[in-house]
Design a protein. Structure first.
Length: 298
């Protein structure tokens, strides 16, 4: 469903949202603030540090409710997801979003056309991109979340959990992925037509590349009202390992695209939304739709 909200330029202020507890963040924010002040001395710059998980969404919601702010999430995919959801909490908001990469996963930033922030602000060229709208039923009836990049079930969230437990760094991450594959369990979904499907992995992607897993699709059009569906039916660990190897080397090639995808979980299954892992109980109806043009960005 298209979003008819008006374009949100020019900006009346720039708001930097960031986690002050993250290593090196103080220097990063200082550098960004100095660059903006030097290049755009008349522009108001506000700093909004977060204090707890989910705080960025609350802050973004407050900012989006007044004026025409440019919300800059200085974060990884998870922090940007909170900011995006905060803006989407405010109907008819004039806020515009962008992200400066400062996290372990920066898939969204890598998939977009990169320009210096000061240059993008000076040009003020706002465009709209699609989001994935995820509606959960069952025990979470009516709960809606948005994803700027992807939703993954099965392998991708398990890999994220394994990497988090195993530590950062290429060697540790590869070892964590290997351990995850050895413990992978398939999950069952019931589609809208009543058919049951058994998967090792299901990814619904609005971007083509996921840094931890490689290239999942050749398509890279986050504004066409569609998203890619990357599935791996249950076929054993070796096939899963080969798919993972192909993703990080050659890429998975063209994938089918849809505007919506619905199913009900037969099993409890981990779910990863823009890098953040949630656990979906058995019997939950899940509807993922393309929210075309939902988010104004630079």
């Amino acid at each position: 469903m298209a979003d008819d909200r008006a374009p949100a330029a020019p900006f009346d202020r720039v708001v930097l949202v960031f986690n002050p507890a993250k290593a090196g963040m103080a220097d990063r924010i200082g550098d960004v603030q100095r660059d903006l002040t030097a290049e755009l001395p008349d522009l108001q710059i506000d700093l909004l540090p977060t204090e707890y998980a989910g705080h960025a969404r609350d802050l973004a919601r407050s900012v989006a409710s007044r004026g025409a702010a440019l919300l800059v999430s200085v974060s990884g995919d998870g922090g940007y997801n909170e900011v995006v959801n905060g803006v989407m909490d405010v109907p008819a908001s004039r806020a515009v979003c962008t992200v400066l990469p400062a996290g372990n996963a920066n898939d969204h930033h890598r998939s977009m056309t990169a320009r210096p922030l000061t240059e993008a602000i000076r040009e003020g060229r706002v465009h709209r991109i699609d989001l994935l709208r995820i509606t959960f039923g069952g025990a979470h009836r009516g709960q809606v979340q948005y994803a700027h990049s992807y939703v993954g079930f099965g392998l991708t969230p398990l890999m994220a959990i394994g990497i988090e437990k195993g530590g950062k760094g290429k060697i540790l991450e590869l070892l964590s992925v290997a351990r995850t594959l050895s413990h992978l369990k398939p999950f069952e979904l019931v589609r809208a037509d009543g058919a049951t499907a058994r998967f090792d992995s299901l990814i619904l992607a609005n971007i083509s590349r996921m840094a931890k897993y490689g290239t999942v699709s050749e398509s890279n059009h986050p504004d066409d009202g569609r998203f890619e569906v990357v599935t791996l039916p249950h076929a054993g660990r070796w096939k899963m390992a080969l798919m993972t190897l192909r993703a990080v080397t050659l890429g998975l090639g063209h994938q089918p695209s849809v505007s919506s995808y619905a199913f009900t979980t037969r099993d409890a299954v981990p779910c990863q939304i823009d890098g953040e892992v949630v656990h979906v109980p058995a019997g939950t109806h899940v509807l993922v739709e393309s929210a075309k043009g939902a988010l104004a960005v630079i």
